[in-house]
Design a protein around this ligand. Structure first.
Ligand code: C5P
Length: 227
């Protein structure tokens, strides 16, 4: 079977990562969650107090970028790949609303994108990869053999995310999650560098009314046609 590159892009909380993880498992491919990389950089900036997008803070973050090391390591208990920031496992900290509320601003910084895109492209050199994000089909792997662009209504996505966060014990309201989803959609779609948009050759996939199983089966079928 030939190895290909699969790019899954779309709005926040469309369930991309759930489908991408399973797809990678079934195909024996590597899965890369690029959102986790932008989130880890945001956590770093928050910890350093570089938040509040003043020129000084943005410059301080840019100056630190060369020392910032991101890597993915498999947790053998859960069998999931987890992100490490300078050697520290930060997987548990990057999904909270504090990081979610700032990540789109950090992801709009050109130097941050340049660094992360380079690393993503290296990870995909040998193909056999499923990568999810916002600019995978447009910027990171414009030559990907399969590109899927996932959408769902903001309310469906916020509901999904709200449930996930509640299950993880976070103290939040549905309204706060919906607001965050809408704000990230806006910033991600309107930023100057690599705005979120569907690649011309991507297959659009609205999953508002599909079960996880239905989504997976539809995308898996598309993948099988390419390999
Ligand atoms: O995928 P996730 O929702 O975890 O991504 C968090 C944020 O990271 C997005 O809202 C977006 O601002 C940014 N992002 C990006 N490009 C990617 C992946 C994520 O700008 N490829």
């Amino acid at each position: 079977m030939k190895k290909v590159t699969i790019a899954l892009d779309g709005f926040s909380s469309t369930g991309k990562s759930t489908v991408a993880k399973r797809l990678a498992r079934e195909l024996g491919y590597v899965y890369v969650d690029t959102g986790a990389m932008y989130r880890a950089v945001t956590l770093y900036a928050l910890r350093k107090g570089y938040i509040g997008e003043t020129e000084k803070n943005v410059k301080a973050l840019i100056d630190d970028l060369p020392q910032l090391k991101l890597s993915f390591q498999v947790n053998f208990d859960s069998n999931q790949s987890e992100i490490h920031l300078n050697g520290e496992n930060v997987e548990g900290e990057i999904r909270n609303l504090r990081v979610s509320n700032k990540v789109s601003k950090i992801a709009a910084i050109q130097e941050v994108r340049q660094k992360l895109v380079e690393q993503q492209q290296k990870m995909g050199l040998e193909k056999g990869i499923v990568m999810d994000g916002r600019d995978i089909g447009t910027v990171v792997f414009p030559e990907a053999e399969l590109k899927v662009f996932m959408t769902a209504s903001p309310e469906h996505r916020a509901q999904r995310r709200y449930k996930e966060l509640l299950e993880r014990g976070e103290d939040i309201t549905y309204e706060a999650v919906l607001k965050n989803v809408q704000e990230r959609d806006y910033i991600d779609s309107n930023r100057e560098i690599s705005p979120l948009r569907k690649a011309e050759d991507a297959i659009e996939f609205d999953n508002s009314n599909l079960s996880l199983e239905e989504q997976f089966q539809a995308i898996y079928k598309l993948a099988l046609e390419k390999i």
